[in-house]
Design a protein around this ligand. Structure first.
Ligand SMILES: Nc1ncnc2c1ncn2[C@@H]1O[C@H](COP(=O)(O)OP(=O)(O)OP(=O)(O)O)[C@@H](O)[C@H]1O
Ligand SMILES: [Mg+2]
Length: 298
């Protein structure tokens, strides 16, 4: 396995923000190893442990149970897809994990820390240092170049400029966006903007990268390019990626897909050693079983 990591070219990799540096040279556990209730070392502990999460919106006679008793774990270095019909609770789940939304009950552990119990001040820092986000729209800052957008989270975390520069160049080269680094968002295509957003999420070496319908606004060629970026992030940087999608093709790039129905995990599929085409076919079978409309959309 390629052990290359963010910061590996840097003279001072130890200055990675927060606890990220400790992850830089960790070996990746086999994603198929089940989580142990009392892991002996951090290396075999899940990076994400969602336990009995429930999310209820509203009150009295206007209640929506968006999530009901959702539990699962994700090991470090996994690329996991989350699929389900519109309104099934995918974004709610991602928002509860990413601390954007508060759970009604249950716990979410990220790298062993219970984010549902964190105080707001600590949460802000935790989010900045441990989580990466990619949304349907890139959310790049219009007044900054791609290079500056990617470097921004490092700048905020006070990573020295010389090191930030090296890391941005390194990630950009890996994700094949070196050619747009000096462009502003309005000078880039939608696909290029999304790849820059992916680089921005990756550059801090977060514990988890979360993406909500990242290919939703892209044509098929750019969707494919972004998914290949995710594969690279996963393979070359051992990034842990959680991606919500309604698209079976996008999901076929992951190693495991969790299917959500009515706020509950309905089933999960693991790719194992099968080809992407075979995994795609199996995903489509589950989509059909869950009541898909014969298309790739749930
Ligand atoms: N802020 C909110 N207040 C009240 N209800 C909400 C809120 N956010 C989401 N819901 C409800 O929770 C349920 C799950 O919504 P969620 O956005 O998680 O679905 P989703 O699976 O992401 O759907 P989509 O594929 O359309 O994005 C829906 O019934 C939705 O109406
Ligand atoms: Mg959603």
């Amino acid at each position: 396995m390629d052990q290359h990591n963010i910061g590996a070219h840097s003279a001072k990799p130890a200055q990675v923000a927060g606890g990220a540096a400790s992850r830089v040279h960790m070996t990746i556990p086999n994603p198929t190893v089940p989580s142990s209730p009392a892991p002996a070392t951090r290396a075999v502990a899940p990076v994400l442990d969602v336990r009995h999460v429930e999310k209820v919106y509203g009150a009295r006679n206007n209640v929506t149970r968006a999530l009901a008793d959702v539990s699962f774990t994700v090991m470090r270095g996994e690329f996991v897809g989350i699929m389900g019909a519109s309104g099934s609770g995918k974004s709610t789940l991602l928002n509860c994990i990413s601390t954007i939304d508060a759970v009604t009950s249950g716990n979410v552990y990220i790298d062993g820390a219970d984010v549902t119990a964190m105080k707001p001040a600590k949460l802000t820092r935790f989010r900045r240092e441990q989580l990466g986000f990619i949304f349907q729209d890139s959310n790049l800052l219009d007044t900054l170049t791609a290079r500056e957008n990617i470097a921004l989270p490092l700048t905020i975390s006070r990573v020295p400029a010389s090191e930030a520069l090296v890391r941005v160049e390194d990630v950009a080269a890996r994700l094949s966006i070196s050619g747009v680094l000096d462009k502003y968002p309005y000078q880039m295509s939608g696909g290029q903007q999304q790849r820059v957003a992916a680089a921005r999420a990756l550059v801090t070496n977060p514990a988890i990268i979360m993406a909500d319908e990242p290919t939703g606004a892209l044509d098929s060629k750019n969707a494919r390019l972004l998914l290949e970026c995710f594969e690279t992030m996963n393979r070359d940087y051992q990034a842990t990626v959680l991606m919500v999608t309604h698209d079976s093709f996008a999901a076929s790039y992951t190693q495991r897909v969790l299917f959500i129905r009515d706020g509950r995990i309905f089933t999960e599929l693991r790719r194992g050693t099968s080809s992407r085409q075979d995994f795609f076919n199996r995903i489509m079978e589950v989509v059909a079983m869950m009541g898909g409309e014969g298309s790739d959309a749930l």
